[in-house]
Design a protein around this ligand. Structure first.
Ligand code: ZN
Length: 242
């Protein structure tokens, strides 16, 4: 069984299309939030995601901000500008879809959330200490998160006090035996200095995680962002992957 695991599309339709083409035939799709924000194609990305087979989709902080659920003062000025642009741009169908997304979902041996199981929408799992604490906040073997835009995994072995941080090599398959928190990276705005779109294929039949990177036409997205008047810093960062 092939389950597409994607996160942080951030309204980047070109990157999303490249990921879907690279992934090929899939049985299900799990999307870990932040479909909108930063990029120029919020409605198009939501429309694409909605059509994916057996979809489970989680809400992210940018989705919540686009719905005006949260005060954008905690965002930096440029992120706030992008949110305001998104709020004006999103159509009724997009709003309806985003409004119905849950903060967390459990499927089989996997918990799905955007930030962390402890604080689903907001917490960043950037270090092994925070990750270790979060293993007490879900009951399944695995937890899939997004939010940091960093493809990595925290593995927690019962004979240790603290989780290990593992940064997988692109285009590799990893066997998941123990408890782990996994992040597929970001489709539309990678931040690990590799500008290629990131995603994973999870196979629950043999508990394998195929972590992948795929090139896409970054310049085309940058042109649409410039035409939309989106912040220059967000345009530049796509090419450098930060
Ligand atoms: Zn994000």
């Amino acid at each position: 069984m092939r389950i597409l695991v994607i996160s942080d599309i951030h309204a980047n339709q070109t990157a999303l299309d490249a990921v879907l083409a690279d992934a090929g035939e899939i049985d299900a799709a799990w999307c870990l939030g932040d479909l909108v924000g930063y990029g120029p194609d919020p409605n198009e990305c939501v429309a694409r995601v909605r059509q994916l087979p057996n979809l489970i989709c989680i809400i992210g902080n940018h989705d919540a901000a686009a719905l005006r659920y949260i005060d954008t003062h905690s965002f930096n000025p440029e992120a706030r500008l992008a949110i305001q642009w998104t709020q004006e741009k999103i159509e009724e169908g997009t709003i309806h879809f985003l409004k119905n997304l849950p903060e967390m979902q459990v499927v089989g041996n996997v918990t799905l959330t955007h930030g962390s199981p402890r604080h689903p929408v907001w917490e960043y799992l950037m270090d092994i200490r925070t990750a270790t604490i979060n293993f007490d906040h879900f009951n399944t073997q695995l937890c899939f998160v997004g939010h940091t835009h960093l493809p990595l995994m925290y593995i927690f072995r019962g004979d240790r006090y603290i989780a290990d941080l593992v940064i997988p090599d692109p285009n590799t398959t990893i066997q998941l035996d123990g408890r782990a928190i996994l992040n597929p990276g970001s489709v539309g705005q990678p931040r690990d200095r590799d500008p290629r779109a990131a995603y994973a294929i999870f196979d629950p039949d043999n508990n394998s995680w195929n972590y992948r990177r795929v090139e896409y036409d970054i310049a085309a997205v940058q042109q649409r962002m410039a035409a939309a008047g989106l912040p220059d810093r967000h345009i530049q960062r796509l090419a450098a992957g930060w």
